[in-house]
Ligand binder design. Structure first.
Ligand SMILES: Cc1ncc(COP(=O)(O)O)c(C=O)c1O
Length: 356
């Protein structure tokens, strides 16, 4: 079977080795004669999977014991509500407005308290990471580490002192090494770098978890997830199982240091092609370019549809930019092999020769 190179922003490509393992174990997990999909979330086999997923997340990211790792449903989008519901409570929080996803987080936070826009790049259609001016009395600072649609990324994070830094890392979690102690909380939907859609990983310092109000609905309280090991209700078992396999795959790749080096190489090759060829132009400011979502335009614009069609015919799909911004976007998450990026670059060169 010919696997396609899927450049969609998410759900994204998963490591081939992981998909093969899922296939092998689909009908009979661990010799129990049933699929992971068919067993109780209270069974020993599933509890082992959930514990291993957490343990691997902890070891890959070097997460200290004073942080909780939780598996929650509702996507990263539910976190846009849960964060302010738990920590804003009529007070003030700093939000950095870097694009479509930050905007959505801001809209929800405004339902629960005052939002100070500590920086925005809206003046230039979110093609850069803005300077940030933090308030002294914010309950927390919220940033979107990688704007999946605009293709910009924080390459360093703001220093927030004692104020917790809370980060939506949906589209670049596990793509690079991080010092976790700089963050109050990190959250990310699984469907880019961790697994299939259906589970969101939330890593949160315990003192923040403790700060959540007592009079909040159980399913919206981080304490509920921490205290019930993410199994207060039925967790998304199959998605968590695949997250565990993706974490094992990451270990075999050499962990975050090795994956970061590979991601740097993939991004370099692709941006070099964009910069060196004349038909393409990068959409984001060079210093803030995302290493996960590479956004570019084709000039003359009439060629774009032809580019997308011919790429599709050659097995490269999902290169169309998000409907809100247009242009092209190549999402090159962890599981996109170097060969996929090289195939795209070869195609871009050939397309330029044929259409100049
Ligand atoms: C940066 C970012 N935040 C949040 C979301 C929303 O995630 P979900 O669909 O899991 O709610 C996405 C989805 O693409 C995203 O890229």
């Amino acid at each position: 079977m010919d696997r396609k190179y899927n450049f969609y922003a998410g759900p994204a490509i998963l490591p081939y080795e992981v998909m093969k393992k899922v296939q092998e174990e689909l009908l009979d997990y661990n010799g129990i004669g049933l699929s992971v999909m068919e067993i109780s979330h209270r069974s020993k086999d599933f509890i082992n999977i959930l514990e291993a997923a957490e343990e691997k997340i902890r070891s890959l990211m070097k997460i200290p014991d004073n942080y909780a790792v939780m598996f929650i449903q509702g996507g990263a989008t539910l976190q846009f509500d849960m964060i302010p519901m738990n920590f804003l409570k009529g007070g003030k929080a700093d939000y950095v407005n870097t694009g479509s996803w930050a905007k959505k987080a801001i809209k929800e936070a405004k339902l629960f308290g005052n939002v100070n826009i500590a920086g925005t790049s809206e003046d230039r259609n979110f093609n850069y990471i803005p300077d940030i001016a933090l308030s002294a009395d914010a309950a927390y600072v919220h940033v979107t580490s990688n704007e999946t649609i605009g293709g910009i990324q924080f390459h360093t994070f703001p220093e927030t002192g004692d104020i917790p830094l809370i980060v939506d890392m949906s589209s670049d979690i596990f793509s690079r090494k991080l010092d976790i102690t700089k963050f109050g909380a990190i959250y990310a939907g699984a469907q880019k770098n961790m697994g299939p859609a259906g589970v969101t990983v939330v890593i949160m310092r315990n003192d923040l978890v403790d700060k959540g109000p007592e009079d909040i609905a159980s399913m919206l309280s981080y304490r509920t997830y921490r205290e019930n090991k993410s199994s207060f209700n039925t967790p998304p078992c199959f998605a968590i199982y695949i997250v565990k396999l993706v974490m094992e795959w990451l270990e075999t790749q050499g962990g975050l240091e090795a994956i970061e080096a590979r991601n740097n190489e993939k991004a370099k090759i692709l941006y070099e092609a964009i910069d060196n060829l004349s038909l393409y132009k990068g959409a984001a400011e060079v210093k803030d370019r995302s290493k996960m979502n590479v956004t570019f335009r084709i000039y003359p614009e009439e060629l774009e549809a032809k580019f997308l069609k011919e790429a599709g015919e050659q097995g490269m799909i999902g290169l169309k930019g998000h409907r809100s911004v247009g242009g092209c976007r190549a999402s090159i998450y962890n599981a996109m092999p170097l060969a996929g990026v090289k195939t795209l670059v070869n195609f871009m060169e050939k397309f330029e020769k044929e259409n100049k």
